[in-house]
Design a protein around this ligand. Structure first.
Ligand SMILES: [Zn+2]
Length: 206
């Protein structure tokens, strides 16, 4: 029933370089159940057997086959009204997350759609309970959050919405990266731009 949506977004995530061959995962909420991509599947080539249905709150026989970040998806659904989640490891987002505690897009699309994206989990184990709680708490106030050195969780009413946020955040991070490269000789100017933006952007949902 949802296969077409998963296939379309999964293919795009891979082709655009937002997820490597067997990484990343996606889910949709259906009441007190969710449908999530299978552990170890290839997002670019999803079939019906790669979609796992399990509980938002409870485990069942299908649970072990679900993607390893199932606990994050569950916690996000439990703490928000989101109906869909995309998790991916876009390289520029991951790179910038290693050197800063938030991403504040300077391009107009990223600025208007995301505004301020926190980087979470400094010093925490990537799959730990405290990391899951940190994500679930922060995503109440943001449509997307970044786990330091790992990747993004983006939410929406549709997979398409969450994919869109993933895509524009990676683009915003590329712009920030280019900006850092272009102004290597003028570090103070970049810092000034970043601090101006941080001062003018609310740190909750746009
Ligand atoms: Zn991951």
């Amino acid at each position: 029933m949802f296969l077409g949506q998963f296939q379309s977004i999964g293919y795009d995530l891979f082709i655009r370089g937002l997820a490597s061959s067997h990484s990343g995962n996606m889910s949709i909420r259906t009441g007190d159940r969710l449908v999530i991509t299978r552990r170890g599947c290839r997002l670019a080539d999803l079939t019906e057997k790669d979609l796992i249905e399990t509980g938002v709150e409870r485990n069942d026989r299908a649970t072990p086959a679900a993607a390893p970040e199932l606990s994050f998806h569950r916690a996000i659904y439990q703490s928000t009204q989101a109906q869909a989640i995309v998790h991916a490891h876009p390289p520029t987002i991951v790179a910038l997350s290693l050197i800063d505690d938030a991403v504040v897009p300077l391009d107009t699309t990223g600025e208007s759609s995301l505004g301020y994206v926190p980087v979470l989990g400094d010093g925490m184990a990537p799959q730990s309970k405290e990391m899951v709680k940190e994500v679930a708490d922060a995503i109440k106030n943001h449509n997307a959050v970044i786990c330091k050195g790992h990747g993004i969780f983006a939410t929406g009413q549709l997979l398409e919405d969450a994919y869109y946020l993933t895509s524009i955040l990676e683009e915003s991070c590329q712009v920030l990266w280019y900006l850092k490269m272009l102004t290597l000789q003028d570090k103070d100017r970049v810092q000034q731009l970043l601090s101006q933006k941080r001062g003018s952007v609310p740190i909750t949902k746009q």
